[in-house]
Each structure stands twice: as C-alpha cells, then as structure tokens.
Design a protein around this ligand. Sequence first.
Ligand SMILES: Nc1ncnc2c1ncn2[C@@H]1O[C@H](COP(=O)(O)OP(=O)(O)OP(=O)(O)O)[C@@H](O)[C@H]1O
Length: 449
Amino acid sequence: MSLEPPKGPAGTPNLDMDKITESGSISGAANSLINQVFKENPYFAAGGGLMILGSALALARTGIKSGSSLLYRQLVVDLEIPSKDKSYLWFLEWMGKYPQRSSRHLSVETNFIQHDNGSVTTKFQLVPGPGSHLIRYKGAFMLIKRERSGKMIDMTNGAPFETVTLTTLYRDRHLFNELLLEAKKMATKQNEGKTVIYTSWGPEWRPFGQPKAKRVLPSVVLDKGIAKGILDDVKDFMQNGEWYLQRGIPYRRGYLLHGPPGSGKTSFIQALAGHLDYNICILNLAESNLTDDRLNHLMNNIPERSILLLEDVDAAFNKRGQTDESGFKSGVTFSGLLNSLDGVTSSEETITFMTTNHPEKLDPAIMRPGRIDYKQYIGNATPYQIEKMFMKFYPGESELCAEFVQKAEGLGLDISTAQLQGLFVFNKNDPQNALAMIETLRHQNHVFS
Ligand SMILES: Nc1ncnc2c1ncn2[C@@H]1O[C@H](COP(=O)(O)OP(=O)(O)OP(=O)(O)O)[C@@H](O)[C@H]1O
C-alpha cells in the first residue's frame, strides 16, 4: 500500500514526499500527517503555524520555569529574618564575627563600650551590607541576601525595612536553628554581667546605648532596712509563680517609690535589676508624645527578664491636654495608665516600678493591689545615710565621719543624697575640705565649682 502524499495548496509537490517509501510504515503516516498540517495547511502557511509554535514555546518555557522552581523548592530552603524581629541584630552581629564568609559589601556599626572601670572605647564592627554573601556553616553553604525595601519605611524611626534571607539545601535546614541559637548566645554573652537599659522607640523597646556595667546594690545608700525590705519582697514574689498560677491571680507586682528628687530612686531600681540579673525598660510618662495606645503596647511587649520602670507616674494624672509649668503635655491619661497596668498579661512575672516626686497627685485608684502592691518613701539623706556615704567615699575616716554627721545634724540639713554625693565627688581625696564645705549644702541648689 502506498500513501499518496496530498498536494500543497499551490499544487507544488512536497520534497519530503520523495522520501516516503512503498513500505508505508506508521512513521510514514505520521510524517504525512505533519506535512499535511504544517506544510500544506493554508492557515499554517499564512502565519497561524507560527502562532502555534510561539505558544508551544511559551508553554514549554513556563513549564521549565515552574518545573525548575518546583525543583528549587524541593532542594533548597529559605529563611527570612525581617528587621523587626529580635534575631535580626543578633544575626548581623554574628555574621560580622563569622570568619568563613566572602563579603564584598560591608556596613559599619559604631558602638561605644563601657569597661568595668568606667572608661569608654569606640568599637567599629563591620557587618554584611546590603547584597549577597556566601558563607560556609558547619560544612553547608549558605547564601545570605540582605535587602532593603525601597518603599517601606519604619514610621517610628524613618529607617527602611530590611530583610535578611538565608538559603541553603533542604537537607541542611536544621542548621538555621543552630545558627540562630548561636547568634543569640553570642549576643547574651556580651551582656553578661551588664544591665541592658531599654527605652521606647516608637512602639517598640530598643537598647539604649551599650549595656551598662551592673551597679552593685550597696552602692546605693538608702535609709536603714529599705533596700532589704524591697529586695526580700521582690525575691519572694519571684519564687511564688506557682502560687499565683494556682489561684488564677495575674503574676505581676507593682512598686511605688516616692520622694524628693535625687534621693536614689532610679539608681536603686537599676542596681536591683543588676542584682537580680534583669534588664530594665524605662518609660517616662511625662514624655510628650507618649499616648495610651503606645503605653499599652509597650507594657505588653516587655523584653524577657526585664523590670519595667515608669518614671514620673504622676504625669498621667494631669488632665489630658493640660500642660505643666515646664510646658510638658502628656498624652497618657489616668484611665490609659490603669488599663495598661491591669492589662499586662504575661506568662513570665511582671515587675513594675513606678517613681514620683508628687505622690499627692496620684489618684487613690492606682493604689489597688495588682497595680501598686508595695509603696516606699525614699527621702532626703538621714544621719544613717550621711554616715554610710561618707565612709564609702573616705574609708577609714571614722572620726571625721562622726564630726561630719554631727555638723550636718547641727545645721539641720535637709539635703538629697545626690547633693551629698556632689560634695564628696568635688572633694574626692579631701575629707577635711568636705567637712569644711558642709555649710554650702544649706543652699539647696548649690553647685560645687
Ligand atoms: N541614696 C543614694 N545612694 C547613692 N547614690 C545616690 C543616692 N541618691 C542619689 N544618688 C546619686 O545621685 C544621682 C541621681 O540619683 P537618682 O537619679 O537615682 O535619683 P532619683 O531619686 O531617681 O531622682 P528623680 O526623682 O529626680 O528621678 C545618681 O548619680 C546617683 O548615683
């Protein structure tokens, strides 16, 4: 049987037809069909064929693309760390110190480091800049891409949003966790023996400068028994989480330290945080741009192991929109503060310290247990404190100390411990002169010069 090739539209004989044999195989039939469709078909010849070919190619390309992306997804795995996440800075710092990396784009981060003796040095750290970087971690290759979003800006600080994407083979995905833990450990180690001070930055907490060397508790001299009383209470609270849980009581405790300026309220809370190995989140309620919403958000998102310190808590008791003598206008309302205090719900314990120079301005509603559970007056220097502070500055000078205390009492001095410290700092190595200058302290706002 022979397959008679169909003639083309123009009646021209097809060259391929010559190759068709008498045997009439199936392949011959297919060829003939192809010829029919592609070569002798008038639509195909008129360009329709090109269209089909084009579409077929496009389809094939899409197929290859999605096939390869499917393969990519099967073989590799990405981890995205947005700049809003806590581990973002840890990772950059870790990467800055990681030896096996090939980074061509670097960014500088300048930090000031406070040493135990109080001196400060500057440290420049080169961290991977925006772009791609390749590292080898525990035998696996990882592609690190740091990208800045051109459009999105963090409204709180004007900085562009960034992300770091880590890509590695699927089988090595467990290394992500190990890497992040290592980065966290490195960051925590740097803060060992130090107190991190957080301040509010828009709606979030950010470390304020470098972690500070811990202030030891005895360096803050309070009147007899005060420091011990607070410390015992905090410790007792921290050891009784189970007790609170079993009774369904929110696991939080509020402390109010009130008294004149410069009596050591803030210093004591910082030293207490250091003693308990806690960090501290400081919020000043007199801040003009602090609103109820921001306060609520901040109080519900305190970094772990941190004491919350609300300074000038009386600011919330001014009527909304009212400005004080210094022109401050607080956006935090009384009900906003109460709601935030009541709303703090954390599985961890929440320790809130509040300070004020004007306890008389506080509404009694804040004294309800759960808001303020422990109230302590921290006043001006008592003879007990004067003696302790003198001996702290001039060890071994007990005779001069007794004279100093007697003179202070005789003068009826009502001065803050900060003023006393000022006199001793001015006469660093001269207790005799400190004694001679004691009268200057009678003028409350005296500046030593
Ligand atoms: N009792 C104290 N013992 C040791 N240092 C003190 C004491 N009181 C004040 N100082 C020193 O005085 C300075 C101011 O103290 P601090 O800020 O703690 O006072 P404050 O009571 O919180 O004041 P304010 O009410 O104005 O916030 C600090 O340098 C601190 O070291």
